[in-house]
Design a protein around this ligand. Structure first.
Ligand SMILES: Cc1ncc(COP(=O)(O)O)c(C=O)c1O
Length: 368
């Protein structure tokens, strides 16, 4: 093939190119699906990897820093990667209803995919601790929502019990198909960078996602798709950091409600990922999370939810340890629109109110 043809193929989207098929079709050979699996998809995956120079400037050491903006999935979070797999497999097994405990994003994703598959979706949420956008989604997707007087950890205990007693499929990250779907984010990163990054920075709640990424990085590496493996850097909010402190937290608290989890079910897998990759866990305060959230918003035009900003806050906190010329990917797990209250209460925007509708007054106000 000529060089011109090669460049054209690489950079130009020709009309006959196939549209993105969703991650099951794209990565079928890496996933536990067969011709009998009905693929329930909203065309999740294929999310952008965006270079963030405002973060590079703060770290120095000539590191290249990218964010994997998984908040651009169909329901606005990385959960869709796992849910397309979990719901497709549940459908294959003839299941008619699914259940989950959720800090919000799982409920939105489970409801969307379950409804698309014609199933009932029961979601248990901690009353008063789910961001408005996520609740709105679960309502519109037609979930059957049960708000409990208790936290995420109690909700998860209950749904695990109900799953044992009744024919309802559990779609939390204890469901192994969830992690299978989520590992495709690691594939996408390697496909785009042509190798694994040196560090993968990621927020941790129930610690399913860090475990899934590690699985993906290892599988691709074994198949010769990458030369190296990344160090897995997991971050938790200081008031909710069982993996950092090495103990269960009875009453987790943080502004990042998505990771307000005191007893992560995937902790042994996450600890293994840290150990095998020579990675590290660290906590970040709510103030550090909000600082990173605002840098991403104001200096990069990237709106993520507070839990997601923990990955960037963590990188900034560990900036002295970043190796020279390294490549780093921070995972932005959820979309900022999920939590409008947080956005409205934590920004430094100028917002002039009650202004007369006169151009002279407005030009004075904006300094012209
Ligand atoms: C936006 C967001 N980020 C991070 C996490 C944590 O993911 P995991 O529970 O897989 O560690 C969650 C989990 O709900 C989430 O919704």
């Amino acid at each position: 093939m000529s060089l011109t043809q090669k460049l054209r193929d690489k950079f130009m989207r020709s009309p006959e190119m196939e549209p993105w098929p969703g991650l099951i079709e794209k990565y079928r050979q890496w996933l536990p699906v067969s011709g009998k699996t009905p693929v329930i998809t909203l065309k999740e995956g294929c999310t952008p990897l965006i270079r963030v120079k405002s973060i590079e400037r703060r770290i120095k050491n000539h590191a290249k820093v990218y964010v994997k903006y998984d908040g651009l999935n169909p329901t606005g979070s990385f959960k869709d990667r796992g849910m397309t797999m979990a719901i497709s497999k549940a459908k294959e097994e003839g299941c008619e209803a699914v259940i989950c405990a959720s800090t919000g994003n799982t409920s939105a994703s489970a409801a969307a995919y379950a409804k698309r598959a014609g199933m009932r979706a029961f979601v248990l949420i901690p009353d008063g601790y789910v961001a408005q956008g996520k609740l709105a989604q679960a309502l519109v997707y037609g979930a059957e929502i049960i708000a409990i007087r208790g936290n995420f950890d109690s909700a998860l205990d209950i749904v695990r019990e109900l799953n044992k007693k009744y024919p309802i499929t559990l779609v939390n990250s204890v469901n192994p198909f969830r992690l299978q779907g989520q590992k495709t984010a690691a594939f996408e990163i390697i496909d785009e960078l042509t190798d694994a990054p040196d560090w993968l920075c990621i927020p941790m709640g129930n610690a399913g996602n860090i475990s899934a990424y590690w699985l993906g990085f290892k599988e691709y590496n074994k198949a010769g798709k990458s030369k190296k493996l990344p160090r897995m850097m997991g971050f938790q909010a200081s008031g909710s950091a069982p993996l950092v402190y090495g103990k269960k937290i009875e009453n987790p608290e943080t502004i990042a409600t998505a990771i307000r989890i005191g007893n992560p079910v995937n902790q042994s897998k996450a600890i293994n990922a840290k150990k095998e990759s020579k990675g590290g866990f660290l906590d970040v305060t709510d103030e550090e999370i909000i600082k990173a959230y605002n840098i991403l918003g104001c200096e990069e035009g990237i709106f993520c939810e507070p839990a997601s900003a923990a990955s960037v806050a963590g990188l900034l906190k560990r900036s002295n340890e970043v190796p020279q010329n390294s490549t780093i990917v921070c995972v932005l797990t959820g979309n900022g629109l999920k939590d409008p209250d947080c956005a409205i209460n934590n920004n430094s925007a100028k917002f002039y109110k009650d202004i007369p509708a006169e151009s002279k007054k407005i030009s004075e106000l904006i300094g012209y």
